[in-house]
Design a protein. Structure first.
Length: 168
């Protein structure tokens, strides 16, 4: 079984759901969030209780996930090197590109398999080690996360706060 999760972010992640179309549908269990239910898969749920998510991580041979830290940590704790597709700001999938930055940092240390081109998703899943197989990662995931968070990033525009209160 291949477990696919897009997390609980309010913006749909149709690009990832479209990308699973080339995989054997009868092997897919998909948590699809606010998007449309993918057709023909073995099981599709918009949201799952945490206990059920953990069960899916533990039963899956491979995991495909967005770049949410909780999803990545859960996959890693269950013995996976997850295939990670980051949500992208330019595609309206998130408010910024922090998932892209995190994915690149974790891929560099071997903790995840990054998929930036969705047409490569099926190939990445096929090449991912099965759950529990040696992954060849360098260092701990926590150290990789700390390094990713402390690395200098490219200059960004200043954050502009807007007042969304109703005015009378």
């Amino acid at each position: 079984m291949i477990f696919v999760t897009v997390g609980t972010h309010q913006q749909p992640f149709e690009r990832l759901l479209d990308g699973i179309g080339g995989m054997p549908a009868e092997n897919l269990v998909v948590q699809y969030g606010y998007g449309a239910s993918p057709p023909g898969v073995a099981r599709a749920e918009p949201f799952m209780p945490y206990v059920e998510m953990v069960r899916c991580f533990e039963q899956a041979e491979r995991v495909v996930t967005h770049a949410g830290v909780g999803s990545i940590l859960s996959a890693r704790r269950s013995g996976h090197v997850p295939v990670v597709v980051p949500r992208l700001k330019r595609r309206g999938e998130h408010v910024d590109d922090h998932q892209l930055e995190l994915t690149r940092a974790l891929a560099d240390s071997g903790h995840v398999i990054a998929v930036l081109d969705i047409t490569a998703l099926s190939e990445a899943v096929a090449s991912a080690p099965a759950r529990g197989a040696p992954s060849g990662t360098s260092g701990s995931l926590h150290a990789a996360l700390r390094e990713a968070l402390s690395a200098p990033s490219a200059p960004q525009r200043p954050l502009q706060l807007r007042d969304h209160r109703l005015r009378t």
